[in-house]
Design a binder for this molecule. Structure first.
Ligand code: ADE
Length: 224
C-alpha cells in the first residue's frame, strides 16, 4: 500500500500546482504516494461555514475553532496514522525527519491559521508539530507542500535514479559542488578544465574541494 497523505487546509487550491507538477506530480501519478486535499470548511455546520473566532483573553487576530478540525481528523484518521500540525514553533524539518515520515502508512497534515489554532486541537488530535524554518508564512499550506515534497523523494521509485539521493547536500553534511553542462564555452565563460579531463579521481577531488569551500562560505555551522 502506498503512503496516504491527507491535507486539511482552508486554502486547498494552493496545492493544485504543487501536487500536479514535476517529480512529485509524477510520483503521485505513478501511485508511489496518494495525496488527498480537504477544505476544512467541509466540516463546518453553521450557515456561514465559520472556521475561526476571536481569542479568549483578547488580542489581535482570529483563532481556528476546534469543532471542524476535530470532526475532520476524527473522520479521516486511521489506526497508527501520524497527525501533524504545521507551525513555526514545531520541530524543525530535517532530512532524517523527512525520511522517517516517508516510511509511515498514513499522514494527516493540518495547515494552521495565520493567527493560531485552539490549543485543544494540539493537545488532543495532533501527534507532532513541524516547522519548515524560522520564518512565518501566512498559513501552513505551503509548509505542508514542502514537507510532502521532501518526504516524497525518500519513497522508493519517486526519484528515477537512486543515485541522485546519495550524492547531494545534507546526506554528506556538505553543500553541493557546482555542475556544468554543454556548451563547454558560453559567452566567454568556460567549464573548469578538470571536468573535461575524464580523470575521475581528479574530478572527485575537485568536487569535494568545492564542497568544502562553499560550505565554509555559506554554512560554516555544518563543518563543526
Ligand atoms: N506556518 C506558518 N509558518 C510556518 C513555518 N515556518 N513552518 C511550518 N508551518 C508554518
Amino acid at each position: 500500500m502506498p503512503l496516504l497523505v491527507d491535507v486539511l487546509t482552508l486554502f486547498p487550491r494552493m496545492l493544485d500546482g504543487v501536487l500536479a507538477e514535476s517529480i512529485l506530480g509524477k510520483g503521485i501519478a505513478a501511485g508511489h504516494l496518494a495525496v488527498r486535499v480537504h477544505d476544512l470548511r467541509a466540516w463546518t455546520t453553521d450557515k456561514h461555514r465559520t472556521t475561526d473566532d476571536r481569542p479568549f483573553g483578547g488580542g489581535a487576530g482570529m483563532v481556528l475553532k476546534p469543532e471542524p478540525v476535530f470532526a475532520a481528523i476524527e473522520q479521516l484518521q486511521t489506526a497508527g496514522c501520524r497527525r501533524i500540525y504545521l507551525t513555526p514553533d514545531g520541530t524543525p524539518l530535517s532530512p532524517v525527519l523527512a525520511q522517517e515520515l516517508s516510511r509511515e502508512r498514513h499522514l494527516i497534515f493540518l495547515s494552521g491559521h495565520y493567527e493560531g489554532i485552539d490549543q485543544r486541537i494540539r493537545d488532543r488530535v495532533i501527534d507532532q508539530e513541524i516547522s519548515i524554518g524560522d520564518y512565518v508564512l501566512t498559513n501552513g499550506t505551503l509548509a505542508a507542500a514542502v514537507v510532502i515534497d521532501a518526504l516524497a523523494r525518500f519513497i522508493p521509485g519517486v526519484l528515477g535514479e537512486e543515485k541522485s539521493l546519495t550524492h547531494e547536500s545534507f546526506t554528506s553534511k556538505l553543500l553541493d559542488f557546482p555542475q556544468y553542462t554543454r556548451p563547454a564555452e558560453f559567452r566567454g565563460m568556460s567549464v573548469p578544465e578538470v571536468l573535461l579531463s575524464g580523470n575521475h579521481a581528479e574530478i572527485e577531488k575537485w568536487r569535494v574541494a568545492r564542497q568544502v569551500e562553499k560550505t565554509r562560505q555559506v554554512r560554516p555551522d555544518l563543518l563543526k
